[in-house]
Design a protein around this ligand. Structure first.
Ligand code: ADP
Length: 313
């Protein structure tokens, strides 16, 4: 008898991305941290075993329709995506520095995604989340939601956690999206308390929580009940903490870095895909790092699928 696939829901916001070509010309694409993760997770998954749905709100405009089409073409489930007439997706412009680091300029304060969990439709969406096996979100998801919708989502995450649904969380702290750091810390902590797999960057852990080392980050997360932890440290590699113990893993830094957008998201996507296919955390993290190393050699968040070698699930 065939088994139903493992169902992952990724919650967040996708925006129109404008990345520089030259001078004043830009290439348009669609990206957002959780969506990037969802696309990479689908690309690394066997759809018979793992399906990935994206949960957000869009408008009824041309760009929203184009986003939806692209996600469907990528194999991301879109059945639960909310459409809010008269709203639009957010937009951001990227500026690349010479070392591959990037600066962003956002137009997102009126975006449809802020209202994903508003009203009765939002209540129903929270109930739907409890039908998934795994739920993924980030600190950006929490930051962009209206306060009432955010509270509803956190209540749903607590219920999910109690019901044995694995909540996976990347802290992805963006100071400019929060009224102040204290509030960000409080909200992010409340989600960490119901998180099964945490995938923070060490930079976030230092900025928000003052952690001195990745071990401190892991200790702090373990003390509130997080079971599985990957602390990402850019070109330096990552730190793993789980039931099998703790270890630093150094990586081969890529020389020709072009754009580090979505390094962490692609890591998370490949890592979770592997974990959901039964691969152990050590090998899952190797796959995460291998994909991220490829992603930083391309412009933009999503590399062409031909650039990705078949992922071994
Ligand atoms: P984020 O994008 O969330 O800031 P990081 O910068 O920590 O995340 O990068 C995530 C992962 O991407 C790292 O753990 C590493 O595996 C990979 N990575 C980032 N920069 C490089 C690099 N220069 N060379 C190789 N891999 C990299």
């Amino acid at each position: 008898m065939s088994q139903a696939p493992h169902r992952l829901a990724a919650i967040g916001e996708c925006m129109i991305e404008l990345s520089p070509l030259d001078g004043c010309s830009f290439a348009m694409s669609f990206a957002g941290d959780t969506l990037n993760m969802a696309i990479y997770c689908v690309r690394c998954s066997d759809p018979i075993q793992v399906t990935v749905d994206y949960i957000t709100a869009l408008g009824d405009d041309h760009y929203s329709a184009a986003m939806l089409q692209q996600w469907q073409d990528e194999g991301v489930g879109t059945d639960l995506i909310r459409k809010i007439p008269s709203k639009l997706p957010g937009l951001y412009l990227i500026r690349n520095g010479i070392k591959g680091d990037r600066e962003f300029c956002y137009y997102r304060s009126q975006a449809a995604a802020r209202e994903t969990f508003a009203g009765a439709v939002g209540d129903a969406l929270c109930e739907e989340l409890l039908n998934f096996n795994t739920i993924y979100l980030s600190g950006i998801t929490l930051a962009i939601l209206q306060e009432s919708g955010r509270e509803k989502l956190i209540t749903a995450l607590r219920r999910a956690h109690e019901a044995g649904i694995a909540v996976c969380f990347d802290t992805n702290y963006r100071a400019q999206l929060w009224p102040n750091a204290a509030m960000a810390k409080k909200v992010i902590e409340s989600v960490l308390e119901c998180t099964w797999i945490a995938l923070p960057s060490f930079e976030d852990a230092t900025t928000l929580f003052g952690d001195k080392t990745p071990e401190h980050t892991a200790q702090r997360l373990r003390s509130i009940g997080v079971e599985e932890i990957v602390v990402k440290q850019g070109a330096a590699g990552y730190f793993l903490a789980n039931h099998d113990g703790e270890r630093y893993v150094a990586i081969q830094a890529v020389n020709g870095v072009i754009d580090t957008t979505a390094a962490g998201d692609s890591f998370n996507g490949a890592y979770l895909a592997a974990r959901l296919h039964g691969v152990n955390p050590v090998v899952a993290a190797q796959r995460g790092a291998a994909l991220a190393a490829l992603v930083v050699t391309h412009k933009g968040a999503i590399v062409p699928s031909e650039a990705m070698q078949a992922c071994d699930t």
